[in-house]
Design a protein around this ligand. Sequence first.
Ligand SMILES: [Zn+2]
Length: 353
Amino acid sequence: MYTLKLQKKILKFIVDPITIFPLDENQLANFFGDDTKKWIWNKPKLRKLLSSSVEAAQCMPRSPRIYSIIDDFCHDIKFRKHINDPSFIFKFVVTKDSPWFDRTIQELMVYLYSDVFDGKPGFNVNPLKVSNRSNFVYDFSIHNRDLLVCPVCDQLMPPPKNNHSAHTLDHFFPKATFPFLSIHPENFLPACHHCNSTLKGTKHPIKYGNGLPDSFLPFHESVSNVAKVKFSRNQNGVLNIEVIESNGGHSNRTKNFMYLFEIEDQWRYIVMEHVVGRIKHEINKQLRANKHLDFSDLLPHIQYIKTDHDNNKGKWPYSFLYSGYIDYLLSNSVELQGFIPSHISIPASYNQT
Ligand SMILES: [Zn+2]
């Protein structure tokens, strides 16, 4: 939480009535202490952004925004306390139409992530003791040793190498819009590059609904514990994939999850490429080993693939999908027929639904 304390202190400096513009080294040293003053003064871009923010604040001294900025910061960074509160709204949300002061603060907060937390040589210097991005991601992988897949799409992640994890760091609430969460550890979602950059990007995480309960917040709840994947086929035979609540219903949070990471398109490809192929391979292996197998002999092998993946969630890629798809397969004799060679018949009485 050092990063958050630093951000708060910088905001206090910006709106402090005794801060004078332009900046000088003495007032920085008086406010932050010598070490932090040196750290700021040796970063020309940080100095420039800080200076712009002070100037912007002094252009509107009586603005409610100036009075409330510290309270707004404290309010927004405590969003986790409100995860079940549908009325919670962030107080500092920046758009391209926001006032100059808000936009300068946004630029400053994003700089602290992009050029300092995320940059090199990083931010891991005394007396600030602020971690940097690669340390955070590495620590995450060390503390989640059993998690070998991308927490979003379930694909296998390469192991950490030379202190560098293959996970990238997504800002669940995008830092451009929610700058107070730019270095907030609970806003970080370590995910694969494809999920983070290609699919999610800067999408707002709450498109459907408008409160925190309408999303699956990182570090709060695992989607796989409270939701499941539902498969069906449309009239043209195209596989439909939906993430639904465990009780079977749709919700804003399942819709938002699907929208953010383009789950249906992403997983449809994975099911066709991996899951279907593996099941067919397993069935063919059994048929080659014993030409006289019948339908009832094959079922346990399909069930076995599901159980195997259920027991290795987070370790084996696509366990969530194997489980959901095999449930669908075993409950749907038409779908199942596609996997069974024509000389093996499915009993007319077979119907799991
Ligand atoms: Zn992913």
